[in-house]
Design a protein around this ligand. Structure first.
Ligand code: ATP
Length: 333
């Protein structure tokens, strides 16, 4: 556990004054009776970043996000949004954020268009018609705009929620599981939409269990379990900090049976795993790329190498490694 907590890092500011953080939580706590759902959480979300907020079921993600947007009241600690303390009451601040909550309440008796038009009025959107059309078109819902929200599928509701969150052109998006229930096409549409909105300057805090999506889009990732931040870094940074070396995938043509112990004996090799007799995964020590050294050795042995490529540690592997130990420790507590 100690090692995992040591992995936590704060953003590093290279010089000058601290930039304005878009979200800052300070020692944020939520208790339900004696149960601690969120435990002294310090989150720092930087302007313009996509921050993936990950954790196993029950880790405290939704509770944290709901405290940030002012729906759930913290037991203790502070939330700052766009440089100001926020408890959900300031309409001026609310207007600058777009939120997709896990179980957002929708107005089943309105059509999708009426629903968005209602929120456009609430948030005083200057030109609601073009804004609604453009958003619905981007998620393929424009042809279904006259369908009652009550008749929408879960995936369609998710997309409509996202349109509602973007309608008033907020600087900050806070999205709790925005792609749950979406088909692969819908997931891709939402990914493209979020990346595009981020390029336009929107900061995005997003929780999701679909790690491949976070891996493709997030600049930084925070992993929580038991309400505590276990680690925070870029996807590559997290993998590197696990300190398990580099992995090289090698394909040969008929390697001799004596080759494996020889490769295992090389000073820079930690481990050899055989996916098949001619397809190996070689883990090397340290952060250096050892492909040249390995290729030189294999050539010296007269082994014909068909291909060699570095294998990145996926976010899923990193997530499982980090959270497994933490979850076990919590269960044993
Ligand atoms: P998931 O990925 O399953 O959505 P999560 O990380 O979003 O999980 P939370 O919903 O924040 O987790 O819940 C964190 C913990 O707090 C869970 O153990 C949950 O049972 C507990 N919890 C949340 N809301 C309440 C409540 N109103 N009363 C009691 N316990 C609660």
């Amino acid at each position: 556990m100690k090692l995992l907590f040591n992995l936590t890092c704060s953003p590093v500011f290279l010089s000058g004054p601290e930039p304005l953080l878009v979200i800052r939580t300070e020692q944020l706590c939520k208790r339900y009776g004696s149960f601690v759902a969120v435990d002294e959480l310090n989150l720092h979300i930087l302007p313009g970043e996509i921050y993936g907020f990950l954790g196993p079921n029950g880790a405290g993600k939704t509770t944290t996000l709901m405290m940030i947007v002012g729906i759930t009241r913290p037991t203790s600690g502070r939330v700052e949004v766009l440089g100001q303390p926020f408890d959900g009451t300031s309409f001026a601040l609310r207007r600058r954020m777009g939120v997709v909550a896990e179980d957002a309440w929708q107005y089943d008796e309105m059509t999708a268009y009426e629903y968005l038009a209602f929120f456009a009025r609430l948030y005083r959107v200057a030109q609601p018609g073009p804004a609604i059309q453009s958003l619905l078109e981007r998620v393929d819902l424009w042809p279904r705009r006259q369908v009652l929200v009550g008749g929408y599928s879960q995936g369609m509701r998710q997309k409509l929620n996202l349109c509602r969150a973007l309608l008033h052109d907020p600087e900050l998006l806070i999205l709790d599981e925005p792609v749950s229930g979406l088909d692969p096409n819908g997931i891709r549409q939402v990914r493209e939409l979020l990346v595009e909105e981020n390029r336009r300057g929107r900061t995005i805090l997003i929780s999701s269990h679909i790690l491949s999506e976070i891996e493709q889009t997030a600049h930084r990732v925070g992993i929580i379990a038991g309400g505590r931040l276990l680690a925070e870094d870029s996807v590559a940074g997290l993998a590197a900090r696990l300190g398990e070396g580099q992995r090289i995938e090698v394909e040969f043509q008929q390697p001799p049976v004596t080759l494996r112990p020889q490769v295992e004996g090389l000073p820079f090799v930690l481990k050899v795993e055989e996916r098949s007799p001619s397809h190996w995964l070689v883990t090397t020590a340290g952060e250096e790329d050892q492909r040249t050294e390995l290729a030189r050795f294999l050539a010296g042995q007269g082994v014909l190498v068909i291909g060699m490529r570095p294998l990145k540690r996926s976010l899923e592997e990193t997530f499982v490694t980090l959270t497994d130990a933490a979850v076990r420790a919590l269960v044993e507590k």
